[in-house]
Design a protein around this ligand. Sequence first.
Ligand SMILES: *Cc1c(COP(=O)(O)O)cnc(C)c1O
Length: 240
Amino acid sequence: MPIESPEESSIEASIESPEGALARVRADLAAQLKQLNRPASAVTLIGVSKMVPVERIKLALAAGLRVFGENRIEEANAKWPPLKTAYNNIELHFIGTLQSKKAAQAVALFDAIHSLDRPRLARALAHEMHAQNRYPQLFIQINTGKEAQKSGVLPKDAKAFIQACRTDYGLTIDGLMCLPPVHEPPAPHFALLQKIAQDNDIRLLSMGMSRDYATALRFGATHIRLGTAIFGPRQPTKPQ
Ligand SMILES: *Cc1c(COP(=O)(O)O)cnc(C)c1O
């Protein structure tokens, strides 16, 4: 940890505690679901703790949060094994781009992987799941906005890829995930993800982030991934 400058500590002090933010998010989620006539148990709240320091994660753990999302294997491996020893029932979701060569580490640490999007990764995960006898839930990421820089299967290729995962690699596909383009209204993307899931008999929908989860819930989201809404603003990422 860098030494805090006075400015940094005053920023820190102005940020809400994860405990308070979590209470607010939980109340809002319950109200939204009630309005939609969906049971509270229908949705899993994933606290996205990427770039969040362990001390701050511990505050969310103290407030009872047990489901967390990370997007980098190295960071997750550094932060989570000790926390898994110290706290019961932690459930970890991998939400970042996954390199096939890191499939073994992903299968070993995570309980769900939201970013399956290519045959090579499907093969690597199938191999590791058998080898480790550990079966994380699998979500296929769909690039609903057809963005060149983004991971995910194109909507037109979804059916064939889902089929290949099932028959060629023997995988159970539990859900679909999407990350709508930042500058577009998210609703059409959530609707498309819901449609692809229905057409392919897929049960779970990982969609909705801090600013659009209310919309995602209307389209049947079963997993919402909230970072900023729980932990506050993150440090900016280094350009890749
Ligand atoms: C960072 C991230 C989130 C959380 O984003 P917020 O806007 O902070 O809620 C959700 N999903 C993925 C895939 C992410 O990378």
